[in-house]
Design a protein around this ligand. Structure first.
Ligand SMILES: C[S@@+](CC[C@H](N)C(=O)[O-])C[C@H]1O[C@@H](n2cnc3c(N)ncnc32)[C@H](O)[C@@H]1O
Length: 277
């Protein structure tokens, strides 16, 4: 699995712009396939509407964007937090009006897309950001929008990449997205064979997806108790707490008043919940 060992530490450092830029500057880019990932190529070949508004977050050298451009797609946006790959892409596609190349943080990005393509971006984020990822993806997608791509179906001794499992992803995206597909990919590159899931999720536009800051949870037992309290509130469809217990993702049929959430956890004075905008 050499290709996925993209850093040699287990990342006590923040995985910020400086971290990623240093990986590019030192050519420590083991994740970079040098070509489009075959399952993504297969998927892109099925998209008929060449004007589909497509976002590729954490794009790196984005061979996916190159493939889309070669196949006449006209509305591509790529974003990365590291200056080096963004400069390379800006130079490579400097006369191409069909692609917008952004240096920036995905979580600050604003826009509306029909399709967001996932390719080793989710696994590059600290696991505690997974709830925020779901919330942000839901925000950035148009009403009929889809999130599609690859997720690892394994764990790693050295991270990033951070792995996961179908069960975890199903619990994470539940209710916010409709699951069209989440299967072991059959045409991954050899070093990733059978360790990637190809997924296609459609935004559930009938629900509110909200992320909250949470204070006071110190163990998984408390986390489970808090989850149950929230899940029992009328209209709440899914509750998912981040691995550091600092954020809670709530999917609901309608907007839930913050007072109702606070009230549900009032049995313990140290619990505080606050909406993140
Ligand atoms: C493992 S690399 C994958 C790059 C590319 N998708 C590929 O498969 O070759 C993760 C990428 O995400 C970018 N990244 C990490 N955090 C980001 C953020 N918050 N916003 C935008 N890009 C981010 C990094 O700079 C890096 O290019």
């Amino acid at each position: 699995m050499e290709d996925v060992k993209c850093c040699v530490t287990s990342c006590e450092k923040p995985l910020d712009a400086a971290y990623w830029e240093a990986q590019y500057k030192t050519n420590a880019t083991g994740w970079d396939l040098g070509k489009i990932s075959p399952p993504l190529q297969t998927y892109i070949d099925t998209i008929e509407n060449k004007n589909t508004a497509i976002l590729i977050p954490g794009c790196g050298n984005s061979y996916e964007a190159e493939y889309l451009l070669e196949h006449d797609f006209t509305n591509i946006t790529v974003i990365d937090i590291a200056p080096t790959p963004v400069s390379v892409l800006k130079e490579k596609f400097k006369n191409n009006l069909n692609i917008q190349i952004i240096l920036g943080d995905f979580f600050e990005h604003q826009g509306k897309y029909d399709l967001i393509i996932e390719q080793t971006f989710f696994c590059a984020l600290p696991p505690a950001m997974r709830q925020k990822y779901v919330w942000k993806m839901h925000q950035l997608l148009a009403d009929e929008g889809k999130l599609a791509g690859l997720l690892f179906n394994r764990t790693f001794e050295v991270s990033p990449p951070f792995g996961g499992s179908i069960e975890e992803y199903e619990a994470l995206f539940a209710a916010a997205f409709d699951f069209f597909k989440m299967n072991v990919s059959l045409n991954s590159i050899a070093p990733r064979a059978y360790s990637e899931l190809f997924f296609e999720l459609k935004k559930n536009n009938k629900v509110n997806v909200t992320i909250y800051q949470f204070e006071g949870i110190t163990c998984s037992g408390c986390m489970e108790a808090v989850t149950k309290k929230f899940a029992a509130i009328d209209g709440i469809l899914n509750v998912n707490v981040s691995s550091d217990f600092a954020e809670v993702l709530i999917v609901s049929k309608n907007e839930i008043a913050i007072a109702a959430l606070q009230n549900a956890i009032s049995y313990d004075q140290k619990y505080q919940i606050k909406k993140i905008n």
